[in-house]
Design a protein around this ligand. Structure first.
Ligand code: PLP
Length: 459
């Protein structure tokens, strides 16, 4: 039975009766009723009322090739008929993860040529955490197991992901984190740069926090540093260009592994295949998921550097880790086709040379001047709008986080899906957006800001 046999109201009632949503205040949602999205095409999603909404978030940072791609559906269908599932345990493999591993090794930054699969970014980060600690144990340094991460970092929602991440409200619900993970300052110049401090200097100071944490623990106790190249869920916080090369220099100096979480930035979002290339660094692990399949199938790939892989292979024996769906043949078939589409349509280059710069300029020219906007920033097709009460002093509306939600609700009513996180609006559209789509988005966001200002000034 398909959903067409149910009215919108019935679907909402059943949803409220049985469905526990992720990251949701269940009581609030059940009172309001959920928005049921029924179909999508290109850059647009449609709800059960038939309302067309421009998707400024590519689903949840993932639908990079846009919706309605027959080729991806056909890749899944063909693979399902041929071999819907077989595992990669018991010394077996199936063709699609084999071929996808080769492709990922070709695309990955230098020194990274091995792949471990899961179904989600959280799982991939669990794998990464286990792997780096296992690596040091195999190297005869089991006490070198501390991980340095950042406040407000997001690395997923499992116990390991939450522990690695730096989201305090999540930690409070954890009932005990994975031990030996510490969190240092984030490279967020808008709020944390000192008066008169240049972007460059701020980047170096934020990197110094990593060195301080290494020295405090002792380098012989620190396994790795993990970070998102651009903090996504924490508010599209784009570090100064000085930050990552300095973090890499520090990690190398103390023989600390560099783990990049590219679950959002991987596969073109910043105008290169990986943000490691955008920031000019060579990490030891790269966590990827989301846009690997453009969200058409759940799949994650932890890209593993050759240094770690060599130890794992030569000294490791059996690594007691893996998932039923590691290297799922259907998900890998879809990923292969998705990467082919991204390449064929030149989407990564387009972000770098056309839509990325145009997006940055449009945000600056059409959004930054609004009374409610403290700052706009973007990199590739990933952007943020800081919502403030007072542009000059950067004062926010209280309670914290309440103003961005007002903007978001007006934006959705204007046919524009974007996300509010804290006091920041975030955007991460499909890479198929054109200049015309960017124009449409800016028009709708500007209107939403105008309407939100009327509401907020009444407070
Ligand atoms: C940087 C980062 N890492 C990890 C994750 C977790 O991925 P998943 O939700 O697929 O477990 C996310 C999800 O948004 C993410 O943004």
């Amino acid at each position: 039975m398909t959903y067409q046999n149910y009215s919108l109201k019935q679907l909402q009632q059943i949803d409220a009766a049985h469905h526990l949503h992720p990251f949701t205040d269940h009581k609030e949602l059940r009172e309001a009723g959920s928005r049921i999205i029924t179909h999508a095409n290109g850059p647009f999603i449609y709800d059960a009322d038939g309302t067309e909404i421009l998707d400024g978030m590519a689903g949840l940072w993932c639908v990079n090739v846009g919706y309605g791609r027959d080729e991806l559906a056909e890749a899944a269908y063909t693979q399902m008929k041929e071999l819907p599932y077989y595992n990669s345990f018991f010394k077996c493999s199936t063709p699609t993860p084999v071929l996808l591993s080769k492709k990922l090794a070709e695309l990955a930054p230098r020194g990274v040529s091995q792949v471990f699969y899961g179904s989600s970014g959280s799982e991939a980060n669990d794998t990464a955490l286990r792997l780096v600690r296992h690596y040091w144990a195999l190297e005869g340094k089991p006490e070198k197991n501390r991980i340095i991460s950042r406040k407000m970092g997001y690395h997923g929602s499992t116990i390991a992901g939450t522990s690695l991440g730096g989201m305090e409200p999540m930690h409070k619900q954890l009932g005990g984190a994975v031990p030996n993970i510490v969190h240092v300052m984030m490279p967020y110049a808008y709020e944390l740069a000192l008066p008169g401090e240049s972007d460059h200097d701020f980047g170096l100071r934020a990197a110094k926090a990593v060195e301080d944490a290494i020295l405090e623990a002792g380098a012989d106790k620190v396994a790795a540093f993990i970070g998102e190249p651009v903090m996504g869920a924490g508010g599209v916080k784009i570090p100064p260009m000085s930050y990552w090369p300095e973090v890499q220099r520090i990690c190398r100096k103390y023989d600390v592994l560099l783990m990049l979480d590219e679950v959002i930035t991987g596969y073109g979002r910043t105008g290169e295949w990986f943000a490691a290339q955008t920031f000019g660094i060579e990490p030891d692990t790269i966590t990827t998921a989301k846009a690997l399949t453009s969200g058409y199938q759940p799949l994650s790939a932890l890209l593993v550097g050759d240094r770690i892989a060599a130890t794992l292979v030569e000294k490791g024996g059996e690594f007691y880790h893996g998932y039923t769906y590691s290297g799922h043949p259907v998900a890998c078939a879809v990923a292969l086709k998705n990467l082919e589409i991204i390449e064929r349509e030149g989407l990564v280059d387009r972000v770098k040379n056309d839509t990325g710069p145009y997006f940055a300029q449009a945000l600056q020219e059409r959004i930054a001047g609004h009374n409610l906007v403290g700052e706009v920033r973007s990199i590739g097709l990933m952007g943020a709008i800081e919502i403030v009460k007072d542009k000059a002093t950067k004062e926010r509306y209280l309670p914290s986080g309440s103003a961005a939600v007002v903007v978001r609700d007006h934006a959705i009513a204007q046919g524009m899906m974007l996300r509010a996180t804290g006091d920041t609006m975030i955007l991460s559209p499909p890479l198929i957006w054109t200049r015309e789509t960017i124009d449409m988005a800016c028009e709708r966001i500007a209107k939403a800001l105008d309407l939100a200002e009327v509401d907020l000034r009444k407070r």
